[in-house]
Structure formats: C-alpha cells, structure tokens
Design a protein around this ligand. Structure first.
Ligand code: UDP
Length: 322
C-alpha cells in the first residue's frame, strides 16, 4: 500500500513510518518541521520505499497531489504539547482546524481511508476516574488558551464523523493518551523527557502545582500498533477509540521514580502553574483511559509498562542518542 503520514517527522509519526515500512508499505511523509525533526526520520531516508516531503498540511496543492496518490492517510500533523499550545494559540488552532479540514476534504474527494489522531485532551476537565469515548466533554472558558486545543480537536472529530455519517467516508479516530518514549522532545512541555533531562543533569525536577495530578502514559510503539490495527479493522470505521494504557501514576510519584532510576541528586521542586503558564491556565487533575473499546475492537492492550518506558527514555539520554 502507499501510505501518507502527515506529521510523519514528529515523535509518533516517525515510529509509525518505520513500522509501516517494515511491513513493506510505501510511506510518504509530509511535515513542515515546525515541531517535527529531520533527525527523527534520518534513518529512513535512504530506504527506497520512503519519501519525505517538507511542506505544510495547509498547502492545498501539495496535499492534493499526495492524497490523490495514496491508499491510506494517517493524519497526525497537529500542534503538539501544552507549552507550545499556550505559547502559539492561533497557529495551533489554524493547524488543527484548517489542516484537518484540508486532509478530510481531500480524503473525501479521492475516497481515501483516513486515520485522525485526536487527543485525550478533548475530555477536558471531566471529573471521572477513567474516560470512556461516550463521556461528556467538559471544557473551560475561552479566556484559557489550552481549552482552544481541546475544542479544536473536538471539532476535528466532529468533521471526521460528519464525513462518515453523511457519505460513509472511511474514517477512524484515535484519542491518544500521553504517548511517550525515546525521541520525544522536552521542548513542548512533555513531562517525561523533561523530568529525565532534569534528573540526569542533577537540576531541580519541576513538578507543577502540588503534583497530585494523574496521567496514564502509553508507550509509543504500543500506540503505533493500536493505530495500525484500528486502521485495518473494518469495524473501526466511523468509531472514536481511546488509545491509552490502563496503568496510571500521580505526577509527584513519577518525579520520584525518575529521580530514583537515574540515581539523581536533583531536588523535587514544586512550581505554581501561574509561574509556568501565567494566570490563564488550567490543568486536568486526572486523566485516565478506559480502553475497553480498543480491546474489544482490535483485541489489543498495551504491552510496555511505565517502568520500562522510563528506562528506555533514560537509556536514550545516557547513550547520548539525543
Ligand atoms: N508537568 C510537570 N512538570 C513539567 C511538565 C509537566 O509537573 O515539567 C505535569 C503537567 O502539569 C501535567 C503532567 O505533568 O499535569 C503531564 O504533562 P504533559 O505536558 O506531559 O501532558 P498533558 O497531560 O498535560 O497534556
């Protein structure tokens, strides 16, 4: 198959590209390198079946050419990371809304199956213990930029479902829960590479708020496997599916684990959210995935435990492969 990955030079997209190439597919990646990096795909560039196109998903002509030529699309290009979104609110909205509109519209015109990478962020501050796909979404005020991201991803999902409902366009929507692993950049706010880097430099580990917030982390290769299986499962068409792990951790505990695994002398420092993101910010206290739907659709559960994820990221830094 000829597979187009938008955002394929990003952290998740680069693993997906590698995986699909290993299965013998032709892979084409469109990425504007805004948050993606050439280094993520450097090891793929000499492969015959691989083509990297540097360009934006907002470039309609470029997208038209590559969507028309492919069989399947994985649409991963999006604004990424809480820090990035708070610092670039308008760009983030335009990429997420206009970019996805273009990808879906062209998938519709050329009748191509499309996977939409959405986010657990869409649940917002729903106070439930574990989020199910049919749960209410609880978003805060427009004055807080972060909710714009949740809103834009929700709109992307509505658009995709609109194409499915009105004309049976084969779409699959995956809500990704805190994906992590080697190659993830610490620059856009992601907690694991940040804590690992801080710990290895024996600098303060910066826990935001009181550290009681909860997250479920998912190893990138498990997420890639789930995305691919969902895309290849006809019953997933027109479905929204959580892609996450059922294991969860409190952020302060995460900081302590990383300090221990790196034998670091770092202090654990609590930083008020206001000092990091300014006054107009809200965090989600608890974000856990209910993965029953993913399990029943594709008979798959994430294999990699949090401890092993942390060790693989720590090894990456220690080996100097960053
Ligand atoms: N976090 C933290 N210190 C950091 C970066 C993040 O305590 O240096 C917290 C953040 O407040 C959030 C959690 O770690 O509660 C996960 O943050 P991340 O930005 O990785 O993803 P999110 O789940 O917020 O999208």
């Amino acid at each position: 198959m000829n597979i187009l990955i938008t955002g394929g030079a990003g952290f998740i997209g680069s693993y997906l590209a590698e995986h699909l190439l290993s299965e013998g597919h032709q892979v084409r990646v469109i990425d504007d390198l805004s948050t993606g990096r050439k280094e993520n795909i450097a090891h793929l560039e000499d492969k015959d079946n691989f083509l990297f196109i540097e360009g934006s998903i907002l470039n309609y002509k470029l997208m038209l050419k590559y969507v028309s030529e492919c069989d399947h699309i994985y649409h991963l290009a999006a604004a990424v990371g809480v820090k990035y979104i708070v610092e670039h609110p308008l760009e983030s909205l335009i990429t997420n809304v206009r970019g996805t509109e273009i990808a879906l519209e062209l998938a519709y015109v050329f009748r191509k199956k499309i996977f939409l990478a959405s986010s657990s962020e869409v649940y917002g501050k729903n106070g439930k213990q574990a989020f199910k796909e049919t749960d209410d979404r609880v978003l805060g005020p427009v004055s807080i930029s972060r909710w714009g991201y949740a809103f834009s991803k929700g709109l992307d999902e509505f658009l995709a479902m609109g194409y499915f409902r009105s004309d049976r366009l084969p779409v699959v929507i995956g809500r990704l829960f805190n994906i992590c692993g080697p190659r993830q950049s610490p620059h856009y706010g992601m907690v694991i590479p940040r804590f690992v880097e801080q710990a290895l430099k024996n600098e303060p580990i910066t826990v935001y708020g009181d550290g009681s917030q909860v997250r479920s982390f998912t190893f990138v290769l498990d997420a890639v496997e789930a995305m691919k299986r969902l895309m290849n499962e006809p019953k997933s068409e027109g479905e929204i599916v959580n892609i996450g792990s059922s294991e969860s951790i409190v952020i302060l505990e995460l900081a302590k684990k990383i300090k221990e695994y790196t034998n670091s002398s770092s202090e654990i420092k609590f930083i008020p959210y206001i000092d990091v993101y300014g006054p107009d910010f809200e965090d989600m206290l608890c974000r856990r995935a209910d993965i029953a739907k993913m399990q029943s659709l594709i008979n798959f559960s994430p294999k990699v435990k949090l401890d092993d994820m942390l060790k693989s990221v720590i090894n990456e830094y220690r080996n100097g492969s960053r």
